[in-house]
Design a protein around this ligand. Structure first.
Ligand code: ADP
Length: 479
């Protein structure tokens, strides 16, 4: 056995020493046709086969099924015979049937007796390949994470030349270039990158070589101001040059809602301060009247002070209810009551305090409803008080009650300023005020609450209105 090749080793001590002592390079010796004659110990170590296992077998036993069916072993042998050498990179099937990634170089040699051998040097690169695969996969993973991040990401070098950006970056800054790699940050086709403030901030980041966070304002082409929160930090791996990762988050919505909240608080304070200053003033005048013994004026100021106190109380109640209604926690208790009587009661009560408008009731429902009386009264009150409040100078307000499709409908019509068509859909929103006048007091919460109350009774609220002609506010509740 092995007669063909072992004498070659005996005759060539230098080659024999390389062949026998190699540890990382597996060597496989074949005849001119690819039949295996010998393998060294490194081969046995890497792939499990001994020289006895492989002697006389065609080298294709070491190839995968797939490579065999594509005639790869035969092609390789043919190539060596033609070109005296051939390089390949594919799987070696080891003794246990595992596919091991390997690179091989086959060389055609002749000994002194003219006998031809093919010697194949094989290196096991399986771990390297696995590592490559792992790196590729983790790269793909990082890419997909970066892609899915909604914040704009940009990586640039210390010369401010871009090496990477994600899709969100293109979208946020409305950029359409195929690639931005190598482009200088300040040459990007968007005004944001030309601002002195950004330049100064980035200069600081580069000088200090420390992570930084700052906020910038940017007026875009549409004239809208946007707010960006920016975080910059250095990425300095050993293999790459120092680079900066900048994360740009659009915080416009947050900043705007904070601004709105501040405006709202200022507005609520303003509205509460009015009745409070009235109370303060009336009480001072009341004190003065008492000191002067002027009883009549004293009662007058007391009455005014009470009205302002009531106003303050109802504003606070509105705020409280609106907070409850916003989180769906408004409480209701149902009972049967006559709706005609309730409407009359509210009208009479309001008529007492308003001499300017004549409030007329037309029609009757002639039925009881199952509802929260106090809350329905609140809706009726709100509709009527608004009708008066938003029709200064008008002389009448009309109230109609009727039944329609199994519901009671109440309609309150005024002949006042009306509501512009585009604002009508918003008047039931929280804090919405359709008129910009500061002269008419209000928090913009009354109608929001009315809608919540009627919704909770499975009813409906709606409006018909024309500017300078007046409005009709309707609510319906099932009988
Ligand atoms: P407010 O406290 O501002 O009166 P509401 O929620 O009751 O709050 O009403 C919201 C807005 O709807 C008002 O600010 C006003 O602009 C408009 N509005 C309500 N009722 C009328 C009405 N009868 N006529 C004209 N506009 C009205």
């Amino acid at each position: 056995m092995f007669d063909d090749f072992e004498p070659v080793l005996d005759n060539s001590p230098l080659f024999a020493s390389i062949y026998k002592n190699a540890t990382a390079n597996a060597l496989q010796v074949m005849d001119q046709h690819g039949y295996i004659l010998h393998v060294n110990e490194a081969f046995t170590h890497e792939f499990g086969y001994t020289k006895e296992d492989l002697y006389g077998k065609h080298c294709k036993v070491l190839f995968t099924e797939e490579d065999r069916s594509s005639q790869m072993p035969e092609m390789e042998i043919e190539k060596v015979n033609q070109n005296f050498s051939a390089v390949d990179r594919n799987y070696v099937v080891d003794k246990n049937g595992n596919c091991i990634w390997a690179t091989g170089e086959s060389v055609l040699t002749k000994n002194s007796e003219g006998k031809i051998f093919i010697i194949k040097f094989i290196q096991n690169i399986h771990e390297q390949k696995l590592l490559e695969k792992f790196l590729k996969e983790s790269n793909e993973f990082s890419e997909s994470v970066v892609k899915s991040i909604t914040d704009a990401l940009i990586v640039f070098d210390t010369g401010l030349r871009i090496s990477k950006v994600n899709n969100a970056f293109y979208n946020l800054f409305n950029l359409h270039e195929e690639t931005l790699e190598g482009v200088h940050l300040f040459e990007l086709k968007n005004d944001f990158f030309h601002s002195d403030e950004l330049k100064q901030q980035l200069q600081k980041v580069l000088e200090n070589e420390a992570p930084a966070q700052f906020q910038l304002e940017w007026k875009n082409a549409d004239g809208f101001t946007r707010y960006f929160s920016i975080k910059a930090s250095f990425i300095d791996g050993k293999l790459v040059n120092k680079r900066v990762l900048m994360v740009v988050t659009d915080v416009s919505d947050k900043v705007q809602s904070e601004q709105q909240r501040d405006d709202l608080i200022a507005f609520v304070i303003h509205e509460l301060r009015n009745p409070l200053s009235n109370i303060y003033l009336c009480n001072m005048l009341l004190e003065q009247s008492i000191e002067e013994g002027d009883k009549e004026s004293g009662y007058e100021y007391l009455k005014k002070s009470n009205t302002a106190t009531e106003r303050l109380k109802s504003l606070i109640q509105e705020l409280y209810d609106a907070t409850k209604a916003g989180s769906g926690k408004l409480q209701f208790s149902s009972a049967r009551f006559n709706i005609d009587e309730l409407v009359k009661e509210v009208v009479d009560n309001i008529q007492l305090g308003d001499a300017e408008h004549v409030i007329r009731i037309e029609g009757q429902a002639n039925t009881d409803v199952l509802a929260d009386r106090g809350r329905i009264q609140q809706v009726m009150n709100n509709f009527l008080l608004n009708a008066i409040k938003y029709s200064p100078g008008a002389t009448k307000v009309d109230v109609k009650i009727y039944t329609e499709n199994g519901s009671v409908v109440v309609a309150v019509t005024d002949y006042g300023q009306g509501i512009p068509e585009e604002k009508i859909p918003h008047v039931f929103e929280r804090y919405y005020r359709a008129h910009e006048t500061k002269k008419i007091e209000g928090l913009g919460l009354g109608l929001f609450l009315c809608k919540k109350i009627i919704d909770a009774h499975n009813g409906r609220v709606w409006i018909k209105s024309k500017v300078n002609e007046g409005s009709t506010f309707y609510f319906s509740v099932p009988v």
